[in-house]
Design a protein around this ligand. Structure first.
Ligand SMILES: CCCCC/C=C\C/C=C\C/C=C/C(=O)SCCNC(=O)CCNC(=O)[C@H](O)C(C)(C)COP(=O)(O)OP(=O)(O)OC[C@H]1O[C@@H](n2cnc3c(N)ncnc32)[C@H](O)[C@@H]1OP(=O)(O)O
Length: 280
């Protein structure tokens, strides 16, 4: 499709996305007029913790971008935190039906983002623990600001990162580093993340990050989108197939795990600690 035609379609999507954003407003989508690349900004205050509603909007946004054959997407945050990960309140004293929908929607978001046909960049403009890290790991390229942290720190909450969280990290930094990171619940500083390959670039500001992200996506201008996306599928297909095959078992494991007394106690203490931190 010619770029002009494509941009016209993108603008139509933007109009729809704007209307949608106005109604719900947890995700803002802006399509760049020149490049056709969508900047997807998470905006659930205060820290973009991923609850059912935010995950649902992310899922709908990704579906819209895929339908409109997006040229690329940059995922970032409107706040100083990229994403605080899964909303702990979705797992603490959960309503079983909502917990089921919550986890299924998280799985859907992972599948859509991990297998997106268009190029994806995470512009990590603040802390990205656990589920925040997972979102960025689904992308093809990660750009991060200084003085932030990123990692799968689940063990620090007394829970375990599911196998597809671990696989997402392993595909980026390898088995050895993933095992060390997961067993300790490590949150990498920006410098540590760069050193281990968890992120690709460091930028000083979000604006610089947006330019770099556009540059990364622009680097595919002369590559056939068909060949690009099939190559991505070749590399990621095994991980996606294994997650999809195991998703019902994974859901049941999640539901059983969060009902355990020990897990509930741990989550309760963690929530208290977060609140005390704010009061101090
Ligand atoms: C093989 C077996 C498989 C079984 C599977 C079963 C279970 C595993 C399931 C899931 C995996 C879990 C994944 C997750 O993502 S868990 C979430 C992990 N997240 C964190 O640990 C981050 C916690 N937050 C922070 O560290 C900080 O908030 C921050 C992100 C660094 C930001 O710091 P800042 O100082 O800017 O903000 P505050 O700390 O003051 O927070 C403001 C406000 O937000 C509340 N909040 C923070 N994080 C969360 C969260 N993740 N969920 C819900 N709420 C959160 C915080 O309490 C404050 O609230 P208040 O009401 O006091 O204003």
């Amino acid at each position: 499709m010619a770029l002009s035609q494509h941009l016209s379609k993108s603008r139509q999507f933007l109009a729809i996305a704007r209307n949608y954003s106005a109604a719900a407003s947890l995700v803002n989508v802006e399509v760049n007029d020149k490049s056709g690349v969508a900047v997807v900004t998470l905006q659930r205050p205060p820290v973009n913790s991923l609850n059912l509603e935010l995950l649902t909007e992310i899922k709908q946004t990704l579906t819209g971008l895929e339908k409109n054959k997006s040229r690329g997407a940059i995922i970032t945050s409107a706040f100083k935190t990229f994403s605080a990960g899964l909303d702990i309140l979705e797992m603490y004293k959960p309503n079983p039906d909502r917990a089921k929908e919550f986890w299924t929607t998280l799985q859907d978001v992972w599948i859509s983002l991990y297998s997106a046909q268009f190029p994806t960049v995470a512009l990590i403009n603040g802390p990205a623990p656990a589920g925040g890290c997972l979102l960025s790991l689904c992308c093809e390229y990660r750009i991060m600001v200084p003085k932030a942290v990123i990692g799968l720190n689940e063990t620090q909450l007394g829970i375990v990162a599911p196998s597809w969280f671990a696989a997402s990290m392993e595909n980026v930094i390898g088995k050895r580093q993933t095992e060390l990171a997961l067993t300790t619940g490590k949150l990498f500083t920006t410098d540590e993340a760069l050193k281990v390959g968890l992120i690709d670039e460091v930028v000083q500001t979000k604006e610089e990050g947006l330019e770099k992200a556009q540059g990364f996506i622009g680097s595919f201008a002369r590559i056939s989108p068909f060949a690009r996306s099939l190559s991505k599928q070749t590399v990621r297909g095994g991980t996606i197939r294994s997650m999809v095959k195991g998703r019902e078992a994974d859901l049941q494991l999640f539901l059983a795990t969060i009902q355990q007394d020990q897990v509930q106690k741990g989550l309760g203490l963690y929530i208290e600690a977060l609140k005390k931190k704010q009061a101090a």
